[in-house]
Structures are given as C-alpha cells and as structure tokens.
Design a protein around this ligand. Structure first.
Ligand code: NI
Length: 173
C-alpha cells in the first residue's frame, strides 16, 4: 500500500465528472487500499478517487468515530443515491481537498445508496447521521461537485482565495 497525493482545490480535475467502473482488476483493488490508507493517514472519514487524480467512480469511507469501536472501512464503486429522506440535517463539513476550511451544509438526513462492491456484488444500504453526510459529500466529488458549491458565492470565493494562497505557499516550500 502507498499514500497517494491529495489534490487541493482549485484544480480542474476536482470539477470533472468521473467515469463509471466497468470491471474490477488488481489496479482498482490497489487503488482502494491506497485510498483507505491515505484517508486514515490524513486523517479523514471519506475520500473519492478524483481527489487522488483518478477519474473513476469510486469512494472510500469510514465514519466510525466511537472510541474503541472497530474500524469500518467501506469501498463503494459506482455509488448512486436511490432514496432521500424529506427530513434534512445541517453538518459542519470539511474536505481533504480544502484543508482546514469548514462550513455548514444542509442535506437530506437519511439516504439509501446502491453501489457495486469490490467483489462485483450489488449492495444497497441506508445511511444516517455522519455516514449520510459523508456518503453524499463523496458522491458529489464523483460529479465534480465540492461542498463549497453549496455556499453563497462570496463565502466560496473567500475559501478559494485562501486555498490559492495555500497552494502558492506549498509550491514555494
Ligand atoms: Ni471532500
């Protein structure tokens, strides 16, 4: 396993729609392992393939936050939301591609998601709480959408300018 480099916004690859997975091969399994390792190392609770510059509809997540609880790494291929609750919830979201910036985003409180597992099986599960927020945030990445796209333009521009400054500083060091 190896850590992958996480793209930082603004980057044109973070605005693109990713391509569906057509078959599971060793490269894809290796990518899933690398993405989980990169996510845990960051540390983060979710990571989508475009964030590591692979334009494939795959995401990993583990929102198990309870102290002492066993990790629950999940790998979702071609995920899609098949049902959303009418009830909505607000969560202070962040993103590994937009480090140290957080903002409240309102989304459906519960979602049912269908995806393909690494074994090629069709899976379906209902998520709530942090899991629901996370899976929706990560599926958005596969469609070139970031959480800041839900914010008012002024707030979004402010965060983008901070990220441009951060990237200039990173390039210098
Ligand atoms: Ni993100």
């Amino acid at each position: 396993m190896a850590l992958r480099n996480i793209l930082i916004h603004p980057d044109p690859r973070l605005k693109k729609v990713a391509d569906p997975v057509v078959s599971v091969d060793d490269d894809l399994r290796r990518l899933a392992d690398d993405m989980l390792e990169t996510m845990y190392d960051a540390p983060g609770i979710g990571l989508a393939a475009p964030q590591v510059a692979v334009m494939t509809r795959m995401l990993v997540m583990d929102c198990e936050k309870d102290e002492g609880a066993a990790p629950r790494p999940m790998v979702l291929l071609n995920p899609s939301v098949v049902w959303t609750s009418e009830e909505r919830s607000v969560y202070d979201e962040g993103c590994l591609s937009i480090p140290e910036q957080y903002a409240e985003v309102e989304r459906p409180a519960e979602v049912e998601v269908q995806w393909m597992s690494l074994d090629g099986k069709t899976m379906r599960e209902k998520f709530d709480g942090l899991w629901a927020t996370c899976v929706q945030h990560e599926i958005d990445h596969l469609d070139g959408k970031l959480f800041i796209d839900y914010l008012k333009p002024l707030k979004r521009q402010m965060i983008t300018r901070k990220m441009q400054k951060l990237k200039r500083e990173m390039a210098r060091s």
